[in-house]
Design a protein around this ligand. Structure first.
Ligand code: NAI
Ligand code: MG
Length: 354
């Protein structure tokens, strides 16, 4: 199993997660691989080949968050991992947990986000560059579009091939997880040839799943609905950018980023990571909430066909949250990362004794 501690609060929540997962009594053969900002200074790249090689060998990885430095010329490590390993599906559950305050009735939402296409494909043209000049000329000849000279451009590709697999994935997931509805978010009215492909392909593929309701909603309407009646929604299927935004929104609906887990899945590899980032504002202080990464670990255990251990980890989380006396500050408590991890481990040991 590859373990990427990450940077910022990454090493803190990773250490907590490793200990909690080991408290299930399962044996883990961790291959710890560092990546991120510290590695960039030492090895000249934030994502050395050894990291990808390790995941290709182990097929399963869990990672802490990694900072995306702005303006260094390096691609985001997180985006690069998803693309290089073809982890085309992000699964991000947002569930109301006991003891966690929220303004809404109990929610159980899952965001399924397409992970490889859309504006995150990395096709960009820098303002003032030669390529940008050529692109302007090309667009003028092609269709009479006149881009401003001081414009930069990011391209938004969405293919039938890329969409079909994420739609099937989402509906298979809904079926397996006993869910009633998949809501597709899009702006096909404005972006007819990118979001249009997404919506059209989703509608066609959905016909193969008569037992799961198919619903489509414009992304702005979806935003309204999430603020207003989130309990009406179930599985949300979204292209890359909307999926990114809506995942954080859903995390906020159910108690914040500190408890929101995630999985990135492809045909060959699986990479589990919290939804949150490296939280530079609290890094190094031992106060980060480990729950999001611990629950990502539970998702990993389920993926590894260890449902009993996965459920035990989730139960430990529920009990520590319900009890409330060993939770971090984002949840209104005053414990640190390692105290909360210790409480989780104590519950797991209790569960094993029973
Ligand atoms: P962030 O998720 O790191 O932080 C947003 C807010 O939530 C901050 O106030 C932070 O303190 C709080 N927060 C996040 N995780 C928490 C936790 N476990 N416990 C308690 N509070 C927590 O988002 P931000 O600040 O936009 O991004 C920071 C860096 O992380 C950026 O470089 C970004 O690119 C990167 N990032 C990496 C991701 C990944 O590795 N998959 C995902 C998202 C962002
Ligand atoms: Mg995000």
């Amino acid at each position: 199993m590859t373990l990427i501690p990450g940077d910022g609060i990454g090493p803190e929540v990773s250490e907590a997660t490793r200990k909690v997962l080991e408290a299930t009594g399962l044996d883990f053969d961790w291959d710890v691989q560092h990546a991120g900002t510290d590695v960039m200074d030492r090895e000249g790249t934030p994502l050395p080949d050894r990291v990808l090689e390790s995941i290709r060998a182990s097929r399963t990885a869990i990672k802490g968050p990694i900072t995306t430095p702005v303006g260094t010329g390096f691609r985001s490590v997180n985006v690069a991992l998803r693309r290089d390993l073809d982890l085309f599906a992000a699964v991000r559950p947002s569930r109301t947990l006991p003891g966690v305050e929220s303004r809404h009735p109990p929610l159980d939402l899952v965001v399924v986000r397409e992970n490889t296409e859309d504006l995150y494909a990395g096709i960009e043209f820098r303002m003032g560059s030669d390529e940008m000049r050529l692109l302007r000329d090309e667009l003028r000849t092609l269709a009479g579009f006149e881009l401003r000279e001081d414009a930069g451009v990011t391209v938004k590709p969405i293919s039938v091939t890329g969409t079909r697999r994420i739609v099937r994935f989402a509906f298979d997931f809904a079926r397996r997880d006993g869910r009633r509805k998949v809501t597709v978010g899009h702006k096909a009215n404005i972006m007819r040839f990118s979001d249009g492909v997404f919506l059209y392909t989703a509608a066609v593929e959905a016909e193969a799943y008569p037992d799961v309701e198919f619903e489509e909603m414009q992304a702005d309407q979806l935003a309204l609905w999430l603020a207003w009646h989130p309990e009406d929604l179930d599985v949300l299927l979204l292209p890359n950018l909307y999926g990114d935004i809506v995942s954080d929104l859903c995390a906020g609906l159910t108690g914040g980023l500190g408890i929101a887990p995630g999985a990135n899945l492809g045909w060959e590899y699986a990479l589990f990571e919290p939804v949150h980032g490296s939280a530079p504002d609290i890094a190094g202080r031992g106060v980060a909430n480990p729950t999001a990464m611990v629950l990502s670990g539970a998702m990993m255990l389920r993926h590894l066909a260890e449902p009993v251990a996965a459920r035990a980890v989730e139960r430990a989380v529920e009990e520590v949250l319900r009890d409330g006396s060993h939770v971090t500050r984002d949840l209104g408590g005053n414990s640190g990362t390692s105290e909360m991890a210790d409480a989780l481990m104590a519950h797991l040991r209790d569960l094993r004794l029973r």
